[in-house]
Each structure stands twice: as structure tokens, then as C-alpha cells.
Design a protein around this ligand. Structure first.
Ligand SMILES: Nc1ncnc2c1ncn2[C@@H]1O[C@H](COP(=O)(O)OP(=O)(O)OP(=O)(O)O)[C@@H](O)[C@H]1O
Ligand SMILES: [Mg+2]
Length: 252
């Protein structure tokens, strides 16, 4: 589904992502772990089009996407959530989900005059889809609530609801479990499993090892910008290089 080849991203002289190569198989939930500052979020930012790679190539479903604009990549079905959720706080939960730019006639300037009926119908369809997704995520009862009033965990669920509007093929999740209470974390894990069973592929950055060990296979490990290894959860757990990386060892 996704092919990352010799990918590097530098900030000034600093290589946040350094010569990373891996392949994501369709249908998997792949984990991405590594100590703080390893380059995980920068890797997501580069895949999702926020940064142009300093070197290397990225292909999604056989098409080159390095250098492609983020909204274009989003429209192709490769979406990401943010480590720190960014909902519009003064809008309701439902409005936040409806804002996601899916293809709608109403957004094409001329059709506002020419096809009012179509616009109205599509707006209703958008609202209906947003409500279905919120119900699926367990946020149905909060649809009318301001996003600012959600807990950290509920904001993570809202992030996921938003990207689901795009009918994604691949979702990059940046720490879905961070700051989430255990009950809600269970809900998030169940939803990921269910969405995966429905055909969505995931790449998940997470520090919570329970989530990684339960949901993810394979697991990629990054340290100091480099991909250290890829393995099954059991392999990764037993590998001394991983422990060294977390304790500050230098990858070789
Ligand atoms: N825009 C930027 N400009 C300069 N340096 C950056 C920028 N973004 C990230 N970095 C640096 O790149 C390195 C990797 O950061 P990144 O956020 O990708 O790490 P991470 O693996 O996601 O860490 P964490 O687990 O703490 O979220 C860090 O040293 C960070 O300071
Ligand atoms: Mg990060």
C-alpha cells in the first residue's frame, strides 16, 4: 500500500529522518515506536505531504506522492491524525466532522447558483455521513457539544471521526492513546480493530506498549532518525537494540 524508499528529511543540518525504507502491506495495523525525538512524527509529516523529503521516494498505491500537496494526498485516501488534536474549539463536534473537505458540489463555486437542489442534497448527505461516523465512534450523544468541552480522549476519537469522512484507505495515527483514560483507550483500540476489519490499513505511532503489542503486527522501531528494525511484537520486545535505543544507546 505504501512504499518508503531511502527517505530523509533534514531541518537545516539536522537529519530528523535519515535514510528510512519500509513497505506497508495493505490490511495491516503496523506499529511505529521509538524514543522521544526519534523522528516518528516527522516521518508522518513527510509521508502526508507537510514536508517535502530532503531525499528519497514515497509511493502510495503505486503512485509517487513525495512532493504532492497534502490536500491532494488526503483526497487520494491517505490521511493522518495529529499528536495534539486540533479541533475547532468554538464549533460543535458535528460541525467539526462536517468541515472535512470531501467532494461536494457546494464547494464548486458555480454550482451554488446553478444547482441549489444538488447542493442541498449533498449537504444533507454530508450531515448524515457525519452523524453515522459519530455514532460509530461513540460520540453520537456529543454531536451538539462544543469541541472545546471534550476530554483529551474524546478529542482523539473526534480526530479519527474527522479523517473517516474522507473514506481513507490508509490512516496514520500519531499517538492515539496519549493522555487517554484506560476506558476510552479500550474504545479506541476496539474501533481501530473494527475499522481494520473493514479494510482500512493503519500505521500507528504509540508509546503505550499494551496498544502496540495487542494491535500491531509488524512493528517498526525508529531511533535517532533511523529505522532500527522491523519485527513481530514479540521479536521487538526481546530485541536488545530496542532496549538500548530507549536507554539512549546509539543505533549502529
Ligand atoms: N520543524 C522542525 N524544525 C526543526 N527540528 C525539528 C522540527 N520538527 C522536528 N524537529 C526535530 O526532529 C527530531 C524528531 O522530532 P519528531 O517530532 O519527529 O520526533 P518523535 O519521534 O515524533 O518524538 P515524540 O515521541 O516525542 O513525539 C527532534 O529532535 C525534533 O526536535
Ligand atoms: Mg511525535
Amino acid at each position: 500500500m505504501l512504499e518508503v524508499i531511502h527517505l530523509s528529511k533534514s531541518f537545516g543540518g539536522f537529519r530528523a529522518v535519515s535514510d528510512v525504507s519500509f513497505i506497508l502491506r495493505a490490511g495491516t495495523i503496523t506499529g511505529l515506536i521509538g524514543p522521544n525525538g526519534a523522528g516518528k512524527t516527522t516521518l508522518f509529516d513527510t509521508i502526508a505531504g507537510r514536508y517535502r523529503p530532503t531525499a528519497g521516494r514515497i509511493s502510495f498505491l503505486g503512485q509517487r506522492i513525495d512532493g504532492v500537496a497534502p490536500h491532494q494526498i488526503f483526497r487520494e485516501g491517505l490521511v493522518r491524525t495529529f499528536q495534539i488534536p486540533r479541533p475547532f474549539p468554538a464549533m460543535t463536534v458535528l460541525e467539526n466532522v462536517m468541515l472535512v473537505p470531501i467532494e461536494q458540489a457546494g464547494e464548486r463555486f458555480w454550482t451554488n447558483w446553478i444547482r441549489r437542489q444538488t447542493v442541498r442534497r449533498e449537504e444533507l448527505a454530508c450531515r448524515e455521513r457525519a452523524q453515522e461516523i459519530l455514532a460509530f465512534m461513540g460520540l453520537g450523544a456529543l454531536a451538539g457539544e462544543f469541541a472545546a468541552n471534550l476530554s483529551g480522549g474524546q478529542q482523539k476519537l473526534l480526530e479519527l471521526a474527522r479523517v473517516l469522512m474522507a473514506r481513507p484507505r490508509l490512516i496514520l495515527l500519531d499517538e492515539p492513546g496519549a493522555g487517554v483514560n484506560p476506558t476510552l483507550l479500550g474504545t479506541i483500540m476496539d474501533k481501530l480493530k473494527e475499522l481494520n476489519a473493514r479494510g482500512i490499513t493503519f500505521l500507528v505511532i504509540e508509546h503505550n506498549m499494551d496498544l502496540i503489542m495487542t494491535l500491531c503486527d509488524p512493528v517498526l522501531v525508529m531511533a535517532q532518525g533511523k529505522l532500527l528494525l522491523e519485527g513481530t511484537p514479540a521479536e521487538v520486545r526481546c530485541d536488545t537494540r530496542v532496549l538500548d535505543a530507549y536507554l539512549g544507546g546509539v543505533p549502529t
